[in-house]
Design a protein around this ligand. Sequence first.
Ligand code: PLP
Length: 417
Amino acid sequence: MSKNFSDRLNLNLKAIVKHFGTPFHIYDEAGIISTGEQLKKAFANLPNGFREYFAVKALPNPSILKIMKDLGFGFDCSSIPEISLSQIVEAKEEDIMFTSNNTSKLEFDRALMIDSIINIDDISLFNKLPRLPQIICFRYNPGSRRQGNSILGNPEEAKYGVTHEQIIEAYRLAKNKGVKRFGLHTMIVSNELNYFNLVKTAGMLLSLAEELKKELDIKLEFVNIGGGLGIPYKPESKGLDLLEMAEEITRLFKDFQNKNGYCPKLLMESGRYMTGPHGVLITTCINKKDIYRKYCQVDACMSSLMRPGIYGAYHHITVLGKDDSAPQEKVDVAGSLCENNDKFAIERMLPQIEEGDILIIHDTGAHGHAMGFNYNGRLRPQELLLTKNGEVKLIRREETMNDYFATLDFKKNILKL
Ligand SMILES: *Cc1c(COP(=O)(O)O)cnc(C)c1O
């Protein structure tokens, strides 16, 4: 969370809480726009351009997608509902990159219906396409040639993509079947803070581009280095050096242009980097409990934010009106699920919290609300947008009992055996 967002939010948070009630995620429009502009500026010197395809799964809310559309970004979708969400903000054709895995025929039908870019996860899927797409792209998995990172695991163990041994054959197949336009995709890391790993990915794809030209006379229109740009969740971590990364990638692309006389466009599909730091989860302490450990129990739970519970992810927490100079206390910040991993922080030193205090859980703008679930009948919270004009707008209401019961409203359907 930037100091700028924090300052603007803290100033008005009491009033926002009074008006909307907790819990809620709130996103910062100005911050998202600023990150988007920085991204475009950083890659402005590439020989054949740049486009970010926002990974819809990170924050699948049409009001957020509209901001991405206005930045000129496309959308990385991997399911039919994600395509439909992008269409709400009038994304069409090559604004949409359909990057699915384990794809069904129905999904290919839908992605082809709108002429999106099809990114194929396996050779066998090519022959299952209902018709040839305009542009085809394969997802490359370099296997033991590259190390992943702790979140995505090593490529060799990942279920995604086409192997090194298969990749040329995959393009040969597509070319022989009559596909005319090509791109290439990979995704190796997640939440990566070392920019050089993404430079290496770009270099790896450019070498493959040369190989495809040599073997099959294919000139790739684009290479897509995937998402995975990291954000500093801990106050002491250093953020990704975007400028250095862009400079080194630009150099690789310029060299490619000079050597080969053409150059693919660079695509990226960041989710976390675009929205992660520009959202926070606001929740109220409703119970304090003092047993073997001290607990601050809040009115949000894993239905609002799964990351700490499922992979022990760190989210920084501050308390409204209490800074580090306040007396501290070691607490677990817990929700109300009957699951002991329903905690936003474990044995964390925080300013002494009273019931009624407002907690700010930082950096929930990506893979936050979107991952929520309904276990224990716990419903997902509302989403708000702090607009660049200084208003706070509801952009998704909280779930209600009616939503929870909606799937019990069905026609009688019994198979007699
Ligand atoms: C999840 C995902 C992304 C976005 O990842 P971030 O870590 O949010 O940048 C991009 N591309 C693919 C294929 C993904 O699965």
